[in-house]
Design a protein around this ligand. Sequence first.
Ligand SMILES: NC(=O)c1ccc[n+]([C@@H]2O[C@H](COP(=O)([O-])OP(=O)(O)OC[C@H]3O[C@@H](n4cnc5c(N)ncnc54)[C@H](O)[C@@H]3O)[C@@H](O)[C@H]2O)c1
Length: 323
Amino acid sequence: MRAFVTGAAGFIGSNLVDRLLAEGESVVGWDNFSTGQERFLAKARRQPNFTMIRGDNLDLPALKAAMAGCDFVFHLAASADVRFGLDHPRRDLEQNTIATHNVLEAMRANRIERIAFSSTGSIYGESTVFPTPEDAPMPVQTSLYGASKVACEGLISAYCEGYGGEAYLFRFVSILGERYTHGHVYDFYRQLRVQPDRLRVLGDGTQRKSYLHVHDCIDAILRVVRARTAPAAPHRTAIYNLGTDSWCAVSDSARWIAAALGLNPRLDYAGGIRGWAGDSPFIYLATDRIRATGWKPQLTIEQAVLRSVHWLRDNEWVFDCRT
Ligand SMILES: NC(=O)c1ccc[n+]([C@@H]2O[C@H](COP(=O)([O-])OP(=O)(O)OC[C@H]3O[C@@H](n4cnc5c(N)ncnc54)[C@H](O)[C@@H]3O)[C@@H](O)[C@H]2O)c1
C-alpha cells in the first residue's frame, strides 16, 4: 500500500501514520498544520518510506499533484470540533464537505479507488435508539459538524457508486489517547493547570459518551481496510461504528482526571443536559458490525482517559499551541 493520509499531523492522523510506517507501508502525509503539530511527526520523519507534504485540501491542483502514485487515501483532515461550529457557520461546510469533494476529485484524477473516511457518531444527532446501529433511522442533524460529515459520507458513497471504488466510512465516538489535543479531557486539564481547586463543567455532568482509545480506533480501521470488506457491502460502501460497549458520564471522567492529577476541585456545572448547542447528551453506538470482524477494544474508557491525562502531563507544550 502507498497510503495518502490527509490530516497526517493531527491527533488521530499522526498515530495512523506511525502505525502504517511501523507495519512497513509507504505513506505520503498531507496537512496544512492548522491544528496539526510538527512534533507529532518527529518519529515518522525519520522513516525513509515517509513523505510529508504541507498543503491545504481547498487547493485542488496541489492536492491532485500530491496524491500521484498513491493507491489508498485515509481522509482524516477536517475541522474536528463539533463545539465551535456555530461560531464559524461556513467552516464545517468548507473544511469538511468541500474539502472532501476535493479529495474525491484528486482521487479520480489519480485513478485511486479506495478511501477510508473519519466520520463521526455526531451524525446520529440525538438518536432515540441505543445502542445506535449504523442503519438507525435517518437522523435529524443537530450540529453543523454532523451535517457536514453526513454530506461527506454522501459524496464518498455517490462517487464510489458512480465512478467505481471502495469506501470505508468509520463513525467514531470521541477518541482519546496520546497526542490528544481537543475535547473534554484537554479542556479539564487546561482549566486545572490554571485553577486547581475549581473545574467548570459544561452541561450538568450527566452527558454520557462511550470514548475509545486512538490505538483501538486505528486497529479497527486497518483490520477492515485490509480485509477489504467494501466490495461485498451495499454499493461498495462499508460503514462501521467505532466505540466501546460502555460509557461514562462527564462527571465521572472529571473525577478520574482530578484524581490522576492529585486534585480535588469543586465541580461547577453550567447546567442543562447538553454541553453546548449540538452536543448529544448520550452517544452510545452499536459496534456489533466491527466486532463481527474479530476486533474488540483493548482499553477501557477509564484507561483511555488516564492515558490522555498522562500524555498531556508529559506534553504541556500543546497548551501553548492550541487554545
Ligand atoms: N478526535 C475525535 O474525538 C473524533 C471523533 C469523531 C471523528 N473525528 C474525526 O477524525 C478526524 C481527525 O480528527 P483529530 O481529532 O485527529 O483532529 P485534529 O484537528 O487533531 O486533526 C485534523 C488534522 O487535519 C488538518 N487539517 C485541517 N484542515 C485541513 C485542510 N484544509 N487541509 C489540510 N489539512 C487540514 C489539521 O491541521 C490537523 O492536523 C477528523 O476528520 C475528525 O472529524 C475525530
